[in-house]
Ligand binder design. Sequence first.
Ligand code: SF4
Length: 148
Amino acid sequence: MLHFLNLKCGTQRNKCSDGYLLRSGVPCVKNKCVQCCIETRMPLSPLDIKKILKVGYGLNDFTIELDDRWRLKNISGRCVFLSEGGCKIYPYRPEGCQLYPLIYDEDLRYAVIDHLCPYGREFTVKKEDIKKLKNLLRRLEKKRRCSE
Ligand code: SF4
């Protein structure tokens, strides 16, 4: 999902002793990976939608409603924002994209690195990432309940 052409791979800001920060996207860039932008099902929070609308996109340009949630739209099986140069809205990308490959495993009831990310081991997870993920999931769930 993440590739940001201006990224400086390996800068101190992006790397800790045990791996790259989630938001850095360095493993994505250096491995030329866009796997999580293919057939995305990334949910969108109201905040994400507001941010992307502000950039100038219309709601129908980038959202679909699926399983009671607003999600990023795919075009020909790829995230609508994925271009040859990477994510077209990188600074405004959804909260879930910023945190991926950190996901919440419903069975384990634990935040884990998604095994579908081929370079997941290159990332490091901070306590605040887990807090952000839980907070996001809480907000998404609340929104879903409100719209039932
Ligand atoms: S699958 Fe993992 S390495 Fe590939 S773009 Fe997504 S987060 Fe980056």
